[in-house]
Design a protein around this ligand. Structure first.
Ligand SMILES: *Cc1c(COP(=O)(O)O)cnc(C)c1O
Length: 385
């Protein structure tokens, strides 16, 4: 075996620069650093004042689930029969919260059979479907409520969530039927301001008062931010502290047990996406081998990921990022363009590699094969620096 083959056979790389030097990858490469993921999981476990569950949809990679279990995560937010079975297989002892509030009859039957004990709901009609199939013994149902969006990168409330008045009605109905009555919300994604949770927790107090029922648990959803903007690392501990303080202030000594369900905030920063510059058209626009139909799907919805480093093919870093450039993906669709302009080195050149750090959420499962692109390779590294 020659030197190159030996290096290509490596299963754990040092970092993205080494991968670039050795592989010169023509297709996008998603680099996973398990140690970074486990560190983040431990930060949540040590800092969040309650049960930490992981929102599987943000990145259901089996290696992600296994590393979270290894780090001590014992609960998962699941949204479909596939996710229920995935966690049942990879983490058979973990709690599974089926927190997609709209389900078909067949999906409910599948979940009951799989042993699901925690459900969310945001309407009377869906609650009646649960009453018809889910035995109350030891089962928790959490009405999900919403508020006008506050502090999130985009509004999750436009699809799911009951008004506080309806949530109070649902909470009472759940308790009357003998289920464990809890409450849940999801403040939106990439919330950098702790006030988003505070407002929701205060409303949870109002709902409990209106219903005359103390919820057993309060699930404060996901929305914890990942590190998307160069130089501005989000402060998770300030968010954890505000959630704990507000809950104690609103509910007093008899406060519900807290649960959170981070997706992005848990997984995104444990991945870097290596893309290659296919062309710098007449010295201006940059064309990458990945774009909005691939690993960068989310960017037009929630904004650019600007933690980008550009490497020469020999694995050395180009200089500081400078003037803004228009950046396109590889497909022939004109929407395959990153929003606005991205700050990139002045001397970026064809054949360079642009590495997007923090790219692990909503990027692996949403990668498509549109136009014949999207062949993404997955590799593991010790570090992403
Ligand atoms: C998607 C989702 C999450 C995770 O959201 P993030 O913004 O990625 O943290 C948590 N809870 C529910 C119910 C969700 O649908």
């Amino acid at each position: 075996m020659g030197l190159t083959e030996g290096r290509l056979a490596k299963t754990v790389w040092d970092n993205p620069a080494e991968i670039i030097r050795a592989m010169q990858p023509e297709n996008p490469v998603m680099v996973f650093a398990p140690t970074v993921l486990q560190d983040r999981a431990r930060r949540f476990l040590a800092g969040f004042p309650g049960l930490v569950t992981y929102a599987v949809k943000s990145n259901p990679d089996e290696a992600v689930i296994q590393n979270l279990v290894a780090a001590g995560i014992r609960g998962f937010d699941v949204a479909s029969p596939f996710e229920i079975d995935l966690i049942g297989r990879l983490a058979p002892l973990a709690a599974r919260h089926y927190h997609n509030p709209v389900r078909s009859q067949a999906e409910i039957a599948h979940a009951v059979h799989a042993g699901i004990k925690a459900w969310s709901v945001d309407s009377r009609s869906e609650l009646d479907k649960l009453f018809a199939q889910v035995p109350p013994e030891g089962c928790e149902i959490s009405p999900r409520f919403k508020l006008p969006v506050a502090g999130a990168a985009y509004d999750f409330g436009s699809k799911f969530g009951a008004s506080p008045e309806l949530a109070a009605e649902l909470l009472r109905a759940v308790a009357d039927r003998g289920y464990v009555a809890s409450l849940t919300f999801h403040p939106g994604t990439q919330c950098v301001d702790p006030a988003a949770w505070e407002t929701y927790i205060r409303t949870a107090g109002d709902i409990a008062e209106l219903a005359g029922i103390r919820p057993t648990r309060l699930n404060v959803g996901g929305g914890f931010p990942s590190w998307r903007v160069h130089g501005v690392e989000p402060d998770l501990s300030a968010i954890f502290a505000r959630i704990g303080e507000t809950t104690t202030e609103v509910f007093g000594k008899d406060a519900p047990t807290l649960v959170c369900e981070p997706g992005r905030g848990m997984c995104a920063d444990a991945f870097s996406l290596i893309t290659r510059v296919k062309a710098v058209r007449d010295g201006t626009s940059v064309f990458l081998n990945d774009g909005v139909y691939g690993g960068l799907t989310e960017l037009p919805i929630i904004g650019n990921l600007d933690r980008i480093e550009v490497f020469r093919p020999d694995g050395t870093l180009r200089g500081e990022n400078g003037a803004g450039r228009v950046v396109f993906g590889p497909t022939c669709d004109s929407v395959d363009r990153l929003p606005g302009e991205l700050s990139l080195p002045e001397d970026i050149a064809e054949g360079d590699f642009a590495v997007f750090h923090g790219a692990g959420a909503y990027s692996v499962v949403t990668n498509t094969r549109f136009n014949g692109f999207g062949e993404m390779r997955h590799v593991t590294a010790m570090s992403l620096d």
